[in-house]
Write a protein that binds this ligand. Sequence first.
Ligand code: GLC
Length: 426
Amino acid sequence: MTLMTISTDLMSRAKAILAANDRGGYTVPTHGLYPFQWNWDSAFVAMGFATYDIDRALSELERLAEGQWDNGMIPHIVFHAPADSYFPGPEVWGTHHRIATSGITQPPVFAIALKFIAERADASFAPRIRALFQVADRYHRWFAEARDPAGTGLVSTLHNWETGRDNSPEWDGPFARVPETTTTVIRRRDTGHVDAAMRPTDAEYRRYIHLVDMYRDLGWQPSRMLSATPFRVADIGTNAILLAAENALLSLAPAYGTQGLEPAIEARIGRLSRGLAGLWHEEKGWFLSRDLITGKPIPVRTSAGLLPLLTGIPTPAQVRQMQAVATAHLDSVAFGMASTLPTEVGFEPRRYWRGPVWAIMNWMIAEGFARHGCPGAAERIRTDTVASISRHGFGEYFDPTTGASLGGEAFSWTAAIYLLLSGNDE
Ligand code: GLC
């Protein structure tokens, strides 16, 4: 039995949000607060579009691919058109691509979205999917070469913004090593749009910009960034998503790849699989990120620790443990999954990635539990997501203690996830 009630009114509202946030073949996360194209936001948005408009879904990825650097990196922001409501803008990043972009990446959901679209597309779209396959392959090669040159099986993340989970308590320790000094004058724009209590603090912002200043001064060269940075982590989210994305790419290869690519993809999958399996922490019963400067696991359980469920890596015993903790957690809050488990010291229910529920995380975690034969856990997470949206709207994120919508409003990826969840009733 499903308790999930999808409403056709809300489906229309979700489509209207995507249409309103369309800036010409790409979508901004929300009007005002985020006026450009964001990497992983667009991947989720593309999947949302794919439920009713394959052409538009592909153009979302194509516009993102315009920002792909010659070395293969897809940046976390593509500044297609000027806007002064966001800091730091292109002048602070100082990158040298044909279009202005940031200089760091985000979790590579891209190939997962491409597979999702390809499964729903007719043959007329094949040439566009083939071109995007190459984009994804170059992106994944960049991760391997630039972020794991030693072949350890774990890719490094060099900025909180790259994790997509900016102020997760996981980063508190590594981030404390980053000085608060900046050469750039900080002009925050975010707190003019939403309540400062729901956003990162000023001290956190100074550190974010310290890293940007440092990498810009290093000419955005991956090897120099890797050796100079005080912030280098193996983010459990990025590593799990990358492995899932490599698997998606491999499955697309026969139909959309060029001949002979598979062995290289399989080799990357082999390395990443070993790396990801090593992030399981037996005592905590959870997958944890690792601080790559100290070499130690970061002992904070976040919802990202469930993302390895998107891959075949977790053993049945590990899945059982994760399911037990996730279920206990769902019983303890009004709406799950909190981004940081409420029993962790760093939990703050309203502050961004320190506690709030994010629809995209819920969608991925539910997919993961379903894949590993836990339909009950998947269903509860989907039901909570739909319930929060139905009662409180398409916010950026939600308070797990009340379900209330927080941060920006009319958010593209929340709308996209609603559309994806509505497909689960079929
Ligand atoms: C915030 C989020 C990040 C997201 C971006 C745009 O920076 O932390 O994950 O991509 O906003 O929505």
